[in-house]
Design a binder for this molecule. Structure first.
Ligand code: BTN
Length: 247
């Protein structure tokens, strides 16, 4: 079943809202800023080829379609930045303090409240389209034991949150940041991302190829790489999948 609200397509069940959004982009003309929202995904996709699990009707499962045709392909990490910042802002507006665990997991203390999966297509040297998939734990109260460290808004605040209203609010916050990006306000976006970055300028443990080492996040490279400085003052850059946080 498919219902349409203003800028939001609501589906009762789908394999993955990211898949549906990608089909919309290739099948027919769709507006910048369209959201695909599903009550249930039977093949929800996460980062690193993981599944994204969510009980029916409990959480926000949505994909926002963007056409960042102004954005040079090497700068696509800015999409991760603006969507992550938007999540933090929504949570702040709802009195929840959260941080961004690089590259784009949203954490409340040491627990994950939302995940983001961005898929892009490139045309020449710039982006053509992007699908920003958001899995945001809103009302689910129990999670399966094999998930590492999930948490929901319901578990933090003790009250339910309207999923469609949240989608619409988040959409507005992201579109506002998308405009900032289009206007080239990169410095502002960078500083907001760093301000909310989990473990920024803190000593902590990381793991690469089964080796645990201490490092301090000192920055994010131009292409979104994590910059870690060691106790000797040497800085290395890491790509996603190259490094793990030891929590
Ligand atoms: C992660 O692994 O942290 C990213 C999870 C992203 C899940 C969302 S749910 C809506 C959209 N559709 C998908 O299949 N995945 C994203």
């Amino acid at each position: 079943m498919e219902k349409e609200f203003k800028n939001i397509i609501v589906l009762s069940e789908i394999d993955s809202t990211n898949n549906y959004a990608n089909h919309l982009i290739s099948d027919k003309s769709v507006d910048n800023g369209t959201v695909v929202l599903a009550h249930y995904q039977n093949k929800g996709r996460g980062q690193r080829q993981n599944h994204w699990h969510s009980l029916p009707g409990q959480n926000l499962l949505a994909s926002l379609i963007l056409f960042p045709k102004f954005l040079p392909a090497p700068l696509q990490f800015y999409l991760s930045k603006i969507v992550s910042i938007a999540m933090i802002k929504w949570l702040q507006n709802n009195n929840i303090k959260a941080t961004i665990k690089w590259p784009n997991d949203i954490y409340v203390e040491h627990k994950k409240i939302a995940g983001i999966l961005i898929e892009t297509s490139v045309m020449g040297s710039v982006l053509h389209s992007a699908v920003a998939g958001i899995g945001f734990n809103l009302n689910q109260q129990e999670f399966s034991d094999d998930l590492p460290n999930p948490v929901s808004v319901r578990q933090i605040k003790g009250i339910d949150t309207d999923i469609l209203k949240t989608a619409s609010e988040l959409r507005l916050i992201i579109m506002d940041l998308f405009l900032q990006l289009q206007l080239g306000e990169l410095v502002k976006i960078d500083s907001s991302y760093l301000k909310h970055l989990f473990r920024y300028k803190e000593w902590a443990l990381y793991k690469k190829n089964d080796q645990v080492f201490e490092g301090c996040i000192t920055g994010i490279g131009e292409f979104g790489h994590l910059q870690l400085t060691n106790r000797e003052g040497k800085t290395e850059s890491y790509a996603f999948k190259e490094i793990e946080f030891v929590l």
